[in-house]
Design a protein around this ligand. Structure first.
Ligand SMILES: *Cc1c(COP(=O)(O)O)cnc(C)c1O
Length: 356
């Protein structure tokens, strides 16, 4: 893949970034990777200054939400190399989301070459501190300017880069979950398997209600029966019951296929821990908690990697998990995956891809 043309900014904003207080998605690098779709083809891949764009108020994305996104990270390893975690999986998931939203698929090698060249350009923005990283946000928006409800004929792909802090400023901490009994994240036949703004819009009100009740996040049940557990907040979920792991299966199309979920399953199987991709009802979970068989609950996602769950409330009954402490499986998975990210541990699965 040849080098894409670069238009550079004149003054870097790097010096205005407080690398000791990065938080999440607040700061951005100087440039972005851009590509356009028109007349039936993706074209004009390029690197441009990351600056406000002129967009028509009639842009269809504002009105009907035809858009998809991805989220992955680049890490500065202990030996100084900058690497990506399973970028091929993120590129293929971007296309899965595109198909669900009637967006023309992108050439995965072009997207990966584009973000790689962009990260090389912006290598000084990749934080050096252990636990910090460069968050990569590829996304595609519709670019037609019309109020007619139909698929757009033109699109734009952009890749933004944002240096981010460790999700856990003071170490991993168990979260509390409130089970959504009246809301659902995604229905059968809907967009649950796509990374698209609509799913996030649907999650905002239930998330606000859960916070008002004093909980960190929402535990989502299936939209048909409000019985089976699907996801937690914007993460996949795992249960450790009697020494074995359970996670909801992806066959219903309502659950996002997380790359962290996939990696946790592969790691646990390599350790000899059985993993069942099997539906777990909220009833079964409560029974396992009451009988003392529920050992751990944790969420998985690129942002936090592993997010242990200490407490769940359903129907005004609260259960505590592992005495609200981080469980050994959650800790081992977190240490292993982040160890692979930063090059402290070997990468036996070939998940790491070098950028520079
Ligand atoms: C992105 C996302 C996840 C986690 O996926 P990763 O690839 O592990 O980051 C889980 N659930 C939802 C709804 C998501 O949008």
């Amino acid at each position: 893949m040849g080098a894409f043309p670069v238009t550079r900014i004149t003054t870097s904003r790097k010096d205005s970034i407080d690398f000791s207080n990065l938080r999440f998605g607040v700061y951005f690098t100087d440039h972005m990777f851009v590509m356009d779709y028109s007349n039936g083809a993706w074209h004009s891949p390029r690197i441009e200054p990351n600056e406000p764009m002129a967009i028509s108020p009639a842009n269809m994305t504002f009105h009907y939400g035809q858009a998809v996104f991805e989220g992955l990270k680049a890490f500065r390893q202990v030996n100084g190399r900058i690497v990506l975690f399973r970028p091929d999986r993120h590129a293929s998931r971007l296309n899965r989301s595109c198909r669900a939203l009637c967006i023309p698929e992108v050439a995965e090698d072009v997207v990966l070459a584009g973000l790689t060249q962009l990260i090389r350009e912006e290598r000084d923005f990749v934080p050096a501190q252990r636990g910090h990283s460069l968050y990569i946000r590829p996304f595609v928006i519709a670019m037609d300017n019309t109020l007619g409800v139909q698929s757009s004929q033109t699109f734009r792909l952009i890749v933004l880069l944002s240096p981010v802090a460790n999700y856990y400023a003071e170490g991993m901490k168990p979260v509390s979950l409130h089970v959504a009994q009246h809301h659902s994240r995604a229905a059968k036949g809907g967009l649950g398997m796509a990374k698209t703004p609509a799913n996030y819009a649907a999650s905002l009100l239930p998330a606000k209600r859960a916070k008002e009740k004093g909980f960190t996040q929402v535990l989502w049940l299936d939209a048909t029966e409000h019985k089976y557990i699907e996801e937690v907040g914007t993460m996949n979920i795992f249960f450790k019951i009697n020494g074995e792991l359970f996670t909801p299966p992806l066959d219903g199309d309502t659950i996002l296929s997380g790359i962290t979920r996939m990696s946790v399953i592969e790691l646990c199987r390599s350790w000899g821990t059985p993993v069942h991709e099997q539906r777990v009802s909220i009833q079964q979970l409560y029974e396992a908690a009451h009988s003392g068989e529920l050992e751990e609950v944790f969420g998985t996602g690129t942002a936090a990697v592993i997010s242990p769950v200490g407490e769940i409330q359903y129907n005004n009954e609260t259960i505590q998990i592992n005495g609200k402490q981080i469980g050994p499986m959650a800790q081992k998975l977190y240490d292993t995956i982040t160890g692979i990210h930063y090059g402290e541990l070997a990468d036996p699965f070939g998940w790491i891809v070098e950028v520079c």
